[in-house]
Design a protein around this ligand. Structure first.
Ligand code: FA5
Length: 332
């Protein structure tokens, strides 16, 4: 019987150590120590032994039962500890992110250009003005010498807003209406720029977007000449691009300037890119702004801010600026 008990103990330890979870261990516990377990049956069998053998058999049985109970307890503790560790791992909150520095973004390339241009002009003594993006027909066209139904309005594919009389309210097609608002509100001498967002029904391509930015410039003072305009454009483009760029002024037409010109810059691919228009403020525009053209003269310019960004940062397609691909944007 003692041999049999030793054999049961060895088998029991294998079963106990082989249990890989608490449920299995519970079943093993029942099999080894439960009512119908062999060890329990042995208790009854002891009574059938000769009286002199009963003591040894009883002690051996108790020792094996205790050893089995202890082995089950040890294994239970191990499995419970493993289960707790597993649960903790599952429920663990990964707070390491707050310990690592969050990735910082940076200003969009158009915003950087906008700020750089403001710095250049403020450095030249200009103030910064602004006007509304939703404009009246008068400020965007009428006051700038575009009579109703005048073909010059076709230069801009205008987006109208359903407000008031049909055709009376629009998304400004250029920053030039800010010229008029400044003239109405400020006494000359005026040296101001007005960067801002403008809207046209243009189809997006490498050099056009339906929503883009311009930077307007307006100078009104006594005795302003075309030489002042050329000198200012020269000074700002040199401050912005550095000395080594090639540009040209080309005669052009805008109803609100006379004479008018367009400013182009030579791109690395050998083609000219039109950056903006400019000219001497038309006398009747000064008049609409409440200024006497006999006393005051001035020049104005309007440059494509996004195109200035392209040229500065060596990007060859405007659409890249708004594709929102961070791999592209991170470069600048
Ligand atoms: C004007 O908008 C005039 N208001 C400029 C002006 C101001 C002339 C003051 C005289 C005095 P224009 O339509 O050419 O002109 O646009 C000016 C510049 O805006 C262009 O040279 C170009 O650089 C930029 N531009 C025009 N259309 C787009 C477009 N769809 N996408 C991006 N840039 C554009």
């Amino acid at each position: 019987m003692i041999e049999e008990l030793t054999h049961i103990e060895v088998e029991a330890r294998d079963l106990i150590n082989g249990a890989t979870d608490l449920d299995t261990l519970k079943a093993v516990d029942a099999d080894l120590l439960g009512r119908s377990a062999p060890l329990t049956a042995f208790k009854k069998d002891i009574g059938k032994l000769a009286p002199e053998d009963r003591k040894d058999a009883g002690q051996a049985l108790n020792r094996v039962r205790t050893a089995v109970q202890e082995a089950i307890e040890v294994r239970r503790n191990e499995l419970e500890a493993a289960q707790r560790a597993h649960q903790l791992e599952d429920e663990r909150l990964d707070l390491s992110e707050v310990l690592t520095r969050p990735q910082l973004g940076h200003l969009h390339i158009t915003t950087q250009t906008w700020q750089l241009l403001e710095d250049v002009f403020v450095g030249m003594g200009f103030t910064v003005s602004e006007g509304p993006e939703i404009e009246s027909e008068w400020y965007n066209f009428g006051s700038l010498n575009f009579p109703p139904d005048h073909p010059a309005r076709d230069m801009y594919d205008t987006l109208y807003v359903e407000y008031g009389e049909p055709g009376s309210t629009l998304l400004r097609t250029h920053t030039s209406p800010v010229q008029m608002r400044v003239m109405e509100n400020e006494e000359p001498p005026i040296y101001t720029i007005a960067p801002g967002r403008v809207f046209r029904q243009d189809t997006a391509d490498a050099t056009h977007m339906p929503v883009f930015h311009q930077i307007e410039g307006l100078v009104v003072d006594r005795g302003i000449t075309l030489g002042d305009l050329a000198g200012t454009i020269e000074a700002f483009t040199t401050a912005y691009f550095g000395g080594s760029f090639t540009s040209r002024l080309r005669p052009s037409y805008f109803p609100f300037t006379e004479p008018s010109a367009e400013f182009d810059i030579l791109m690395p691919n050998g083609e000219w890119l039109e950056l903006g228009g400019c000219g001497m403020v038309h006398p009747s525009v000064l008049g609409h702004g409440g200024l006497d053209p006999e006393e005051w003269s001035g020049f104005a310019f309007g440059f494509g801010l996004d195109r200035l960004a392209l040229m500065k940062f060596g990007v060859d397609d405007l659409r890249e600026l708004w594709s929102n691909d961070v791999r592209f944007l991170r470069q600048f």
